[in-house]
Design a protein around this ligand. Structure first.
Ligand code: GDD
Ligand code: MG
Length: 363
């Protein structure tokens, strides 16, 4: 159901989704897909983002990407949820950072209404209507969604007074964070912000623009409630999936099966499971995965079209698309296996092993 957001009749509310980063920390999985298409409980992250924007009455999403990401997104055919979708592509071999793409999309965003900008690599239950309302009330130049985290140092950290941001420090050194309140990666910006960003340059909104707006006392913050997960690193990606899975209804137990699925787990369409296999808890299994007999999978994500042969064990790992896990193979905690990898029978991968796409691993 789409709700309406507070805006003048006839005006269109737009969101710019920043999704042109290279996700180096998520290799090898990001060698073959951009971060915004990583599945979260068997649905691409971008689809979750579209659903939330649409629910909050946003009319149009502009995807700020590079050419390769655009290609992958188009190929994935995500349901548009009633949103008008446009692309704004960084120049070839010249990534524009997190600020440059905003300037690049100036014509598409227009100068008549405030707009939303969000990082395409976070799963967040943000109330965009409330963020827009707060922005309009405080008459700020930018309003940032904020959330609390235990270790703020790998984020943008703020000092907040009432709803005014007094300081914005991007990735402070250990011990230097002004609080545990971080930039959740979603903002409402006034079109005036275009005047703060030079054209055609790599600009960081966090380092080059927000501190200037703070100086003028025109940066506001809104603390958000609800789930917020960054998927920057493999462990965080796994944790995000588990947290979202916890919010979804548990898997039904079917007593008649000759295998066991422990809740919570999520099995996508056309998954086959052999006898005496134990799946879950926290097994997230993509479409068309074939699981043999006496297989054990827990705390793991298995992407679609993968085959897991008899007696294999997968614990705390992420397995890419179209992979083959041989008979009696053991994949341990923290392992990340790229797309189309072949792990031969009886191979054991030590903890935290990363295997590049399409590799074959023998004894
Ligand atoms: N189009 C385009 N071009 N998009 C980009 C580029 C680029 O050159 N570089 C990064 N992006 C996109 C990424 O794809 C991502 O969705 C978003 O911009 C943020 O970039 P990251 O590289 O993921 O930044 P980060 O995670 O280190 O930090 C950011 O996110 C944190 C929240 O997760 C900052 O905004 C922090 O302040 C924030 O706390
Ligand atoms: Mg990020």
């Amino acid at each position: 159901m789409r709700d309406s957001v507070p805006h003048n009749q006839g005006d269109v509310v737009k969101a710019l989704i920043l999704a042109g980063g290279f996700a180096t920390r998520l290799r090898p999985l990001s060698c073959t897909r951009p971060k915004t298409l990583f599945p979260i409980v068997n649905k691409p992250l971008l689809q979750w983002i579209f659903e939330r924007l649409s629910k909050d009455g946003i009319d149009e999403a502009i995807l700020a990407v590079n050419a390769l990401t655009k290609f992958y997104i188009k190929q994935t055919k995500i349901p548009k949820q009633g949103l008008k979708i446009k692309f704004s592509v960084d120049p070839p071999k010249k990534p524009l950072g997190t600020g440059g793409p905003i300037k690049k999309a100036e014509k598409l965003l227009g100068r008549s209404e405030p707009f939303i900008v969000l990082n395409g690599d976070i799963y967040a239950e943000i109330d965009y209507k409330k963020l827009l309302e707060t922005h309009k009330k405080t008459k700020a130049l930018a309003t940032i969604a904020l959330c609390k985290v235990e270790d703020p140092c790998s984020f943008g950290v703020v000092e907040l007074e009432e709803n005014k941001i007094r300081r914005f420090v991007e990735k402070p050194a250990r011990g230097q964070a002004p609080s545990d309140l971080i930039n959740a990666g979603a903002y409402v910006l006034d079109p005036e912000v275009f005047d703060y960003i030079p054209k055609g340059k790599h600009i960081s909104i966090e380092r080059d623009v927000f501190p200037k707006i703070v100086e003028q006392g025109r940066l506001s913050g809104l603390i958000i409630e609800g789930l917020w997960k960054d998927i920057g690193k493999p462990q965080e990606y796994l944790e995000a999936n588990k947290a979202v899975l916890d919010t979804i209804k548990n898997t039904k137990k079917d007593e008649k099966t000759c295998f066991k699925v422990n809740s919570p787990s999520a099995l996508d369409k056309d998954v086959s499971i052999g006898e005496k296999s134990v799946i879950g808890p926290y097994a997230i299994v993509g479409r068309n995965v074939k699981i043999g007999k006496c297989v054990s999978i827990s705390n793991s994500i298995i992407l679609s079209d993968t085959e897991i042969c008899d007696y294999a064990t997968i614990k705390g790992a992420i397995i890419g698309e179209g992979a083959h896990i041989g008979e009696s193979a053991k994949i341990n905690n923290g392992c990340v296996v790229g797309d189309k990898v072949k792990i031969k029978d009886k191979v054991q991968l030590n903890e935290k092993t990363k295997v590049c796409p399409a590799k074959e691993i023998n004894f």
